[in-house]
Design a protein around this ligand. Structure first.
Ligand SMILES: C[S@@+](CC[C@H](N)C(=O)[O-])C[C@H]1O[C@@H](n2cnc3c(N)ncnc32)[C@H](O)[C@@H]1O
Length: 295
């Protein structure tokens, strides 16, 4: 006779908690008691490796077509709304040749999704907070810059507190055709926003500190004169909320990045509250994700 002894459920839960604490599995992971193979860490959770791959498949274009269908079905864009698929390919080649900067987490599917969203929204006033070295802004503003631009926007503004990155962004946009409307501001967005007038019909949030930067700032005990460094998305959104006309779109990157979960939770609760936005859509297309909120 063969016997198998299993530790208690409590012990299993403690072991799993340790894995969560060390960032090895998702905070929402749960042990699957019915998994074949006995005691092992078969847990159900949001897997970043899988989601990373999901953002990099040959079905990129079809995934974005389905996202566009959803927007039409829900009445957020006209049924005739569309975007230039060939322009995405040439824009991608243009950026690959001309843009220089550090690693970026935007997956190809996310790039196309962003390009499609701006194409179908056709905002006149675009604002990105945390525009880094310009790559994310180049996708956000893609349909209004470059040789194949679909339309001319009135304002395309990118703000980042990192002056070196803004310098790189300026150099990058100088190499692109028909990108003269792009205005880059090297300043803390919390201060710069005081000078940005409404209306803002499409805002893109990328401005946040890494967890280790937040922890270091909090540990140092030094007060940032502009306020807390964590929860920046919500701080910035509240600052400009009154400048968003009805129907304005706000998108926030990394809503599904589990390392940013604590940072994003209050933001997501705010935008998913009907009192603030009529609709909020989570695009679960890669490891980072994108939240599009419609005022
Ligand atoms: C990590 S980057 C975003 C990168 C993007 N996810 C990508 O993959 O390319 C976040 C940016 O926010 C900027 N940032 C942080 N706090 C800011 C603030 N208070 N005002 C403006 N920019 C800020 C940082 O300088 C940084 O360039």
């Amino acid at each position: 006779m063969a016997l198998t002894f299993h530790p208690s459920r409590e012990a299993i839960a403690l072991a799993l908690d340790k894995m969560k604490e060390n960032g090895l599995v998702h905070p929402d992971a749960a042990f699957n008691e019915n998994a074949p193979g006995g005691l092992r860490s078969e847990v159900a959770y949001r897997d970043p490796y899988f989601a990373h791959r999901l953002g990099r498949t040959s079905l990129e274009s079809r995934i974005v077509d389905s996202a566009l269908e959803l927007l039409k079905r829900e009445g957020h864009v006209p049924v005739s709304a569309d975007y230039d698929r060939l322009a995405v390919d040439s824009h991608r080649a243009d950026l690959k040749e001309k843009f220089e900067g550090p690693w970026t987490s935007l997956s190809p599917t996310m790039e196309r999704l962003i390009y499609m969203l701006t194409s179908v929204k056709r905002p006149a006033h675009l604002l990105e907070l945390g525009s880094f070295w310009g790559y994310t802004l180049a996708w956000f503003a893609g349909p209004c810059i470059g040789p194949n631009r679909a339309y001319e926007a009135e304002r395309i503004i990118g703000i980042d507190v990192d002056a070196d990155m803004v310098k790189k962004a300026r150099a990058n946009f100088e190499k692109l055709e028909r990108a003269a409307a792009v205005e880059l501001i090297a300043e803390d967005a919390r201060a710069a926003l005081d000078r940005i007038e409404g209306p803002l019909d499409f805002v893109y949030l990328e401005a946040k500190y890494e967890n280790r930067q937040i922890a270091a700032a909090e540990a140092s005990g030094e007060n940032d004169p502009l306020g807390p460094v964590s929860g920046l998305y919500l701080i910035l959104l509240k600052q400009i909320y009154d400048r968003l006309p009805e129907g304005a779109w706000v998108m926030a990157h990394d809503n599904l990045d589990w390392t940013a979960k604590k940072e994003l939770a209050p933001y997501l609760a705010f935008v998913r509250d009907k009192a603030h936005f009529s609709e909020s859509i989570c695009f679960d297309i890669d490891d980072c994700g994108m939240e599009l909120s419609i005022k």
